[in-house]
Write a protein that binds this ligand. Sequence first.
Ligand SMILES: [Cu+2]
Length: 183
Amino acid sequence: MMPIRSTFIAALAALAVTPALAQDHDAITVEDAYARVSPGKSGAIFLTLHNHGDQDDRLVGASVAGDIAERAELHTHVEDDGGVMRMIEVTEGFALPAGESLRLERGGAHVMLMGVKDLQDGDSFPVVLSFEHAPEAEADVTVDNARAPEGDAHDHDHDHDHDHDHDHDHDDDHDHEGHGESH
Ligand SMILES: [Cu+2]
């Protein structure tokens, strides 16, 4: 009796983890996911999505565990009438056409984290992304507060960037912190 039960439970466990490992026929894959956070306040996740399928899709939601942050939302930046970049929630999500990639990056689309818990540089945590058509995708996100914005990658050595100061006034910091306070 016991060996049979054990085998049965082991088989169930294997079934439970299989979907996360079944990368080869996933229509949508996630790469290079990292986050910048202010513990106790807010943060943002940046990543690249690839739609390998032949159907247009759409990123419509994101979630993290309650011990990571209170809430996750899809956000983007828009320029207001005064030329100031502001963040807004994008409830309809982001288009991800068949065969194309979508980069969530600094100053653009991102997954906003509200009420960030005690996350430190180098920590990693899973984010679950949901799509209009494709099954949910889970990705590991690494906290990397020192990472330079994509557009700055080529001038890494300039003075303004040399000290890797986490509180440096990169263009998205004020927005995120302000946003966190308002919720
Ligand atoms: Cu945001």
